[in-house]
Structures are given as C-alpha cells and as structure tokens.
Design a protein around this ligand. Structure first.
Ligand code: ATP
Ligand code: MG
Length: 308
C-alpha cells in the first residue's frame, strides 16, 4: 500500500529544475509502484492499494500493471483529480533532486483494505515515503498494517526517506506503528542510523533485531552492495558491476527481489545476491521502472559475475 506517481525526468545530468528545458516521460513510478511491479515480473502474485486520477498519467500506470500482471483492482481511479507526479534531475556529483506533486492527489487517497480482503496475503510492504506527505493517508496505512497482521501477513518496510518530503520533521514521528510490526527491514545505511539512533551499522542492526517481530535487516549500500543481518548472522554481498545510468528505483527492485527470495524460502545469501543483481539492472537503465529485469536477466548477470 502506498503511492503511485508518474516520473518526468531530465534527460541528462546537471539540468536544474528551475529553467525551461527538455523532459522525458511520463514513466510509471512511485517507490510502491516500482516495488509491486517487480514482484509481479518475478512471477509472484502481487496487488497494490493506491490511487490514480482518471487521466492519461493514471492510464500510463494501469497499463504497465496490466502488462506485468499486478492486480490493480484496489487502485482507486478518482474522477476529476490529477495523478501524482514527480519531476527528477541528477547532478554531476550523482546527487538528485525531486519535485513532488502528490499530496492532495489520488496517490494518497486510498483506504485500508478490510481484514477479509487481505486474507491469504503473506506480506504487506510499506515504503516510508508514502507515509510522509499526508496525515490521513498515513493513518490508513497504519490501519492496513494492523489488518494485515491480524490476517496473518508479515510486514516489510523500506524507510525510503526523501528529504523533500520531510520538510524538517523527524522521521520517527511517521513510522512508529509500521516499524513496531515490521519483520523485514530494508533500509539504506543512513536510514538505519536514523531509525536506531546509533552511528555504527552493526550495532544499529543489532538494536533493531532485538525488537520482535524483527527477523531480517538488509542494508542497501548503493554501488557497494548490501549487508544482511538476521538473528545471529551477518553477511555481505558486493554489488554487480554495471554502468550506472539512473539509480532511482534500484532500492525498490532490490526490496521486491529480496522479498520474493524469502517467499521462496531461499537462503539469505541467495535472496541478497538476486536482490543486488536486480538493483544493478535497474540502475543501468534510464527510468525508474525500466530495464529488462527478470529471473532470466538476473541469472545471466549472476553467471557472468558471481565467480569473479
Ligand atoms: P534510494 O536512496 O534510492 O532509496 P536505496 O538505499 O533504497 O536507495 P540503493 O542502495 O541505491 O537503494 O540500491 C539498492 C541496491 O541496488 C544496492 O544495494 C545495489 O546492490 C544495487 N545498486 C544500486 N546502484 C548500483 C550501481 N550503481 N551499481 C551496481 N549496483 C547498484
Ligand atoms: Mg530506496
């Protein structure tokens, strides 16, 4: 459950968002949307609770879900409202800036599904960014967390903190109820430090793992790969080498692939390797949800580089 957006991108680095110039898009996006589409492309049953407007940008998102097999029957299509949009540009140093138009859009208008509706689901995945723009939507997501847990699902959570959405507010005020129910945490290094209040990554992971029902923490480290902590174990997986074109969405694809590995009861190292490969393939393609990322392309990348 979370946001759906289209993304409109500057085609090259170093183009500010304040001057008239070229854009490319719309690309289907929203961290939640990228995540669920990747789950479906990996062959698992996947549904999203979200919203779009009754417009062409909404159509762009719904057509992608139709193509890739995401159940979009719980996506509200709101008449006379515009679909959420994010504009993004990258700078020469690799940093990026987002400009979001999604508060007061259908991206944050969905209601929590009922307990009966979510029966049989194995995971509810939440992106922290979806909790940031709108208080009412945050309350619906918290409600959904309770209902999924009552229906027997586990909660996975990626804090996905976006400075542009925080407006100076503290992260912890947004995410408490999700973190409390979370079994699988998928943060970046900085986010893990924020959530734990500790600088040292090992100590931070240990502190959060001590809080039930936390089982697994996979820390994403960009082009340095990932480190996975579970009760009593720690393993590091280096990244796969690709030419980075657009890293937006890499973390969301990582999350999806890692979770699919857990659904398939793969060993944590396999989950981490597949997820790291999916992240790399996403970073190598222009557009947040683009690129050929499939079981096949993940296997090929792993075969090429696992024995380095
Ligand atoms: P974001 O700030 O976008 O939310 P994130 O912390 O969720 O980022 P990243 O760490 O950027 O996610 O990326 C997730 C994974 O994708 C990484 O752990 C890594 O395995 C892979 N990845 C990302 N960027 C690259 C890259 N340039 N080259 C190879 N692999 C990459
Ligand atoms: Mg992320």
């Amino acid at each position: 459950m979370g946001e759906l957006l289209v993304e409109v991108m500057r085609p090259r680095r170093g183009m500010s968002l304040s001057q008239p110039d070229e854009f490319l898009g719309p690309f289907p996006s929203g961290a939640t949307g990228i995540f669920i589409d990747m789950v479906a492309r990996l062959g698992h049953s996947a549904a999203i609770v979200s919203g779009v407007g009754d417009d062409d940008f909404g159509k762009c998102l719904l057509e992608r879900f139709e193509r890739d097999g995401v159940d979009a029957s719980r996506v509200l299509v709101v008449p006379n409202k515009a679909t959420g949009v994010a504009f993004v540009t990258y700078f020469e140093d690799g940093s990026r800036r987002f400009l979001y138009h999604w508060d007061h859009t259908p991206a944050v208008m969905a209601k929590a599904p009922t307990v009966a509706d979510v029966r049989g689901a194995r995971f509810l995945h939440i992106m922290g960014c979806a909790l940031m723009p709108n208080r009412d939507f945050r309350a619906e997501v918290f409600k959904a967390v309770g209902r999924f847990v009552r229906a027997g699902a586990k909660v996975s959570f990626d804090p996905n903190v976006r400075a542009e959405l925080l407006s100076g507010r503290s992260v912890s005020s947004f995410i408490g109820p999700v973190l409390k129910s979370c079994s699988v945490l998928l943060p970046g290094e900085r986010e893990l430090q924020l959530l734990s209040g500790l600088e040292d990554i090992d100590a931070a992971a240990k502190r959060l793992l001590a809080r039930p029902p936390m089982e697994t923490i996979a820390v994403k480290r960009g082009s340095r790969g990932c480190t996975v902590y579970s009760q009593g174990s720690k393993l590091h997986v280096p990244s796969y080498q690709v030419r980075e074109i657009d890293p937006t969405g890499a973390g969301d694809c990582f999350d999806a692939c890692f979770l699919c590995g857990l659904l398939e009861a793969l060993p944590l190292e396999e989950c981490a390797r597949n997820a790291t490969a999916a992240g790399a393939l996403n970073a190598a393609a222009f557009g947040p949800m683009e690129g050929d990322i499939s079981r096949q392309s993940i296997r090929v990348l792993r075969e090429q580089q696992d024995r380095r």
